[in-house]
Design a protein around this ligand. Structure first.
Ligand code: FAD
Length: 484
């Protein structure tokens, strides 16, 4: 095998690329991140992070550290599922939690953690071409001092929705772009806009309108009340323009959108947050072309908010240990191929629930109203609300497996464990992202099986009050590879 500059080139220092590079370091590989932007992002995108990625971050010991820059994980009191509000706070052990964390702050956190873990990030570098042969990949990069080239065993495109890597490999990205453009702003309101105790506001030229969504012939205006003179407002309009996510929205653009929808001006003062997004439902035909792979928005786009970061960052966690095992040698044959099968399946599940949201929110006729009402009624019961919460979080994800044991493929529960060295937990064992054979019963056949795996996995024998089964082989990404 020829020498390469690094093991893995990660293109893009967004949340997916930074997560991938850090996990690669944990698994003992040498990544290099190439990022087009010279500085960290400061334009708003996602406002929070939710779903199963929070459990994974907890299992890595990072959720506690995130608390320095975010609030505590909480279930959503009014998760906006299409046009339907789902209250998850009333469930015991809710399956979906989220934290409020603006994306620039998340990226700064991930960047710092990646650097602490030993990741090299080169900013101001644009990937322009990539070629591969049976042994290595060569990336051509435009840097501040001119063209450069870097060689690696693998290259992963974490370069977002307009992925250059995807284009260079000719991987198709079929799907739908919906014509609706969403705009969101947190703005102060001047005294000329009267607000009432129940949250209503009186807009000059429009009259009194209530909290929630106001549909007009030209679009939808929504707001969630006015607190201390500040309003969180959104508009949704049908437009045929394709905007670039990285091109920031101005306050004037938002004011003009409100004017088009309501037919009158809503006076606004200062803006604290402004963002615009369009919805697409797309999934890459393939996640891999030889030594080049895709992850995050480069591989999928979802037509509803709240799930994309979860999906992309978990792509990274799934891929890192498999790439590292392949590079080290001795990985089971076909291990790297399971990245595509497992994460395409996860992407399909996320598309399933977000496309369902499109059907719920886009209908304007009485039949659509009836559908929203029926779904709202069903979600008043705990069991459907729990099922839906788990689907949105990805907590119900069970990777396809030939092993019929019901736990195989699922995400391992955090058990409290009694060991010879004291009390610990599954979460604590996964901090180092090592594969673990957890033996929970005193069985001679399990001891024998474990002896054969000593060189590849950490073996832990423990007792637990809530023993789910006798033994679990836990992968670095927290999913169960085998159970007995
Ligand atoms: C307004 C808005 C609100 C959103 N809200 C939410 C939300 O509430 N919850 C949620 O989960 N998701 C939300 N999203 C989606 C979320 O922001 C994306 O899913 C997320 O950014 C994807 O991360 P990524 O790392 O895969 O890609 P990106 O964040 O797009 O990162 C890709 C990186 O690659 C770099 N790059 C691109 N091309 C090259 C190249 N040729 N060479 C080198 N570098 C390159 C880019 O500069 C960028 O830094 C929102 C998006 C928008 C626009």
């Amino acid at each position: 095998m020829p020498e390469t500059d690094v093991d893995v080139i990660v293109v893009g220092a967004g949340p997916t690329g930074l997560m991938l590079a850090t996990e690669l370091c944990l698994a003992g590989a040498r990544p290099l991140v190439l990022e087009r932007r010279p500085e960290l992002r400061d334009t708003p995108k996602a406002g929070g992070l939710g779903g199963q990625i929070l459990e994974l971050l907890r299992y890595r010991g990072l959720l506690e550290r995130l608390r320095a820059v975010s609030d505590a994980p909480h279930p959503a009191p009014r998760f906006p599922f299409g046009g339907v509000q789902v209250d998850l706070t009333r469930l015991a052990a809710p399956p979906l939690h989220a934290i409020g964390l603006p994306q620039p702050r998340l990226e700064r956190f991930l960047d710092e953690h990646a650097c602490e873990s030993g990741v090299e990030i080169r900013r101001g570098r644009v990937l322009t071409a990539a070629s591969q042969d049976v042994d290595l990949v060569t990336a051509r990069v435009q840097g501040p001092d001119g063209p450069e080239h870097v060689t690696a065993r693998y290259l992963v495109g974490c370069d977002g929705s307009r992925s250059t890597v995807r284009d260079l490999t000719g991987i198709a990205f079929p799907g739908t772009t919906y014509p609706e453009v969403n705009r969101l702003a947190r703005v102060t309101l001047p005294d000329s806009v009267r607000s009432f105790a129940n949250g209503d506001v009186e807009i000059p030229g429009v009259g009194r309108i209530g909290v929630g969504f106001t549909r007009t012939e030209r679009g939808t205006f929504g707001f969630g009340g006015v607190t201390a003179g500040v309003m969180f407002a959104t508009t949704v309009e049908e437009e045929s323009v394709e905007y670039d996510d990285d091109e920031p929205m101005t306050l004037t653009e938002f004011q003009q959108s409100v004017h088009r929808v309501l037919g009158a001006d809503l006076p606004m003062g200062e803006a604290f947050r402004l963002s615009r997004w369009q919805f697409q439902a797309r999934q890459a035909d393939r996640y891999r072309d030889g030594r080049i792979l895709l992850a995050g928005d480069a591989a999928h786009l979802l037509p509803a908010t709240g799930a994309a970061l979860n999906l992309g960052m978990l792509d990274a966690v799934n891929l890192a240990w498999k790439l590292a095992a392949d590079i080290r040698g001795g990985a089971p044959s076909g291990l790297l191929d399971t990245y595509e099968t497992e994460r395409r399946y996860a992407g399909e599940r996320a598309l399933l629930q977000t496309r369902a949201q499109v059907a719920l929110r886009r209908g304007t006729d009485p039949a659509a109203e009836a559908l929203r009402e029926v779904v709202q009624e069903l979600l008043a019961d705990d069991q459907p609300a729990r099922r839906l919460g788990a689907l949105i979080a990805g907590a119900d994800l069970r990777y396809p497996s030939s092993d019929p044991h019901p736990l195989t493929g699922t995400f391992v529960t955090d058990l409290t464990l009694q060991t010879g060295q004291g009390t610990t937990s599954v979460a604590a064992l996964l901090h180092r992202a090592r594969p673990i054979l957890l033996v929970l019963a005193d069985r001679a056949d399990l001891r024998e099986a474990a002896a054969g795996w000593l060189d590849r996995v950490d073996i832990r024998t423990a007792g637990t009050e809530q023993r789910p089964t006798d033994a679990l082989l836990i992968r670095p990404d927290g999913h169960i590879a085998w159970a007995a």
